[in-house]
Design a protein around this ligand. Sequence first.
Ligand code: SF4
Ligand code: SF4
Length: 280
Amino acid sequence: MSKGVLIDLTKCIGCGSCAVACKMWNKLEFNNCEPYTGPDAKLHDLNWTVVSLHTVDDSRKEPVWRYVKQQCFHCQEPACVSACFSRALERNADGAVIYYPSLCVGCRYCMIACPFDIPKYEWSKRIPHVTKCQFCSQKIAAGESPACVSVCPTGALQYGDRSQLLAEGKRIIAADSKYVDYIYGEKEVGGTAWMYLSDVPFEELGFKMGMSNTALPAYTNKFVTKTPVIAAGWGAALLALSFYTKRRNRLAKERSRVRLTQKAEQNPDKTGGKREDHES
Ligand code: SF4
Ligand code: SF4
């Protein structure tokens, strides 16, 4: 059954625990130049989720702070998946859109296709990959909550079956007039696994409004099938990229093996004479 997360923005206090948990679980470096909370927080290859601060007016026209946790929406029909010719992205049975770096040829077409501008690229790395939230797919496959959800101290993040979360969102809105009568993610681009409730209009919090309710892959497929010349050229280019990527990964492994061997030769005491192990 398709899983999801319902984010109640009225409950978020901006503590950033979710962003820290994400970094720790996914072993992402902390870098002061790339804030993961506050007014300048932005998704980045080191920040798979951020909590951005927005100053908005409430219903009495008083300025108030609201915090928005951002990450991949995990679309039900993901444009990134349909744009990826090398099958480096897939939507699994739990509804998580996951990325396989070893299959990626680095074309970055997924970055162009994503309607929410989510995937980022490791521009500073020697062997860069695309990065984004993986919905903690290994944790949810093991029956656990995503790392970010499990640490939220206010219950602003609820994890569960998407259909039940949708029903819960509608119940919350009907029971309390402070909420905007809209669940962001219910219908956008065919529906997303991560959905939001808010007491402030979504457009004031930086959400993209007026998006199509039709899944974007329908458009992507149409474009590809109606332009066979482009498709053929693209296929050839990707094949070349695929060979290049495989060769690049093989060379990187080889360099790393040579470095380890050299280190072992320079420091025979520290390696305890285990050089043969590296070479085997
Ligand atoms: S939000 Fe973007 S990256 Fe995430 S599943 Fe949808 S299209 Fe893919
Ligand atoms: S689901 Fe996992 S990878 Fe995605 S934002 Fe939460 S902790 Fe990060």
